[in-house]
Design a protein around this ligand. Structure first.
Ligand code: SF4
Length: 264
């Protein structure tokens, strides 16, 4: 696919990394959780959380408080450090990163419209841009921790994704690539983005480096993925969707046996 400045959206459906991943791992599960909404207005499997997700979210909340507190030059409170989910390594990691990049940003919910160039932020509604929550948004993402070498015209960014679960090797064109794409679009002066998974409980960090010259390939890759999913959703609203399921992803699936067996 050629590089496009404007992506012709097929249906109004904002992509996120977790939804792209859901589609890639099991089309049918994606249909039950997302696609069914296009036909009935209600998901066959409504969104729900489990204990592991709740623990992960609680840890992320603690890390976010720590980032904000340390960035302000303050001590992390006892309420945070006494929390059994707190890991003292987090404070050390945040301090080390902030000593290198003086500038952190809370602008972490970033959505791109179909031109890739217009962006909007979750925290700050900008009437000239597409709303972050709008279904007209092509892509939206939430980053855990963003560091810039200069706030007004950054040339280097570090994007951190805290991982509280099992340590896994990141792919070159996975979630970290999506962060890089969004960062290059949002900050046009950026030449270099380092995206990192930090596995706090495993003392492990995996970093992928992206250059602005990677931008056309990143755009092509995610445009292709997003449009494939949009086409699937469009077709699904007029005929029964076929499910291309990958066994092995079923362990955590909320689909009942009957729902799973419905796939063609
Ligand atoms: S149980 Fe497995 S095959 Fe069935 S929908 Fe869920 S992930 Fe897909």
């Amino acid at each position: 696919m050629n590089i496009q400045t404007e992506v012709p959206m097929i249906v109004d459906w904002p992509a996120t990394w977790s939804k792209i991943l859901l589609f890639l791992t099991c089309h049918w599960k994606f249909w039950l959780q997302e696609g069914s909404k296009f036909v009935t207005g209600k998901a066959d499997i409504p969104f729900s959380t489990n204990r592991a997700m709740q623990l992960g979210e609680a840890k992320h909340d603690l890390y976010e408080i720590a980032v904000k507190t340390i960035h302000m030059g303050l001590q992390v409170s006892n309420a945070v450090t006494n929390n059994p989910l707190w890991n003292p390594r987090i404070g050390e990691i945040i301090e080390a990163l902030l000593s290198e990049y003086q500038c952190a940003t809370t602008e972490k919910k970033i959505g791109l419209d179909s031109t890739w160039g217009a962006w909007s932020l979750g925290e700050y509604w900008n009437p000239n841009k597409v709303a972050f929550g709008s279904r007209k948004m092509l892509l939206r993402t939430k980053m855990d921790f963003v560091l810039l070498n200069n706030f007004d015209s950054p040339t280097h960014a570090v994007i951190v994704d805290w991982k509280s679960g099992k340590a896994r090797k990141p792919g070159t064109l996975g979630q970290l690539a999506l962060y890089a794409l969004v960062a290059f679009c949002k900050w046009p002066t950026l030449g270099l983005v380092d995206c990192a998974y930090i596995f706090v409980d495993h003392d492990r960090k995996d970093v992928k480096r992206y250059y602005r010259t990677d931008l056309p390939a990143l755009k092509n890759h995610f445009t292709s993925q997003i449009l494939t999913i949009q086409q699937y959703l469009k077709d699904a609203s007029t005929k029964i969707p076929t499910g291309d399921c990958t066994p092995g992803n079923c362990h955590w699936c909320a689909a009942t046996k009957e729902q799973c067996d419905e796939r063609t």
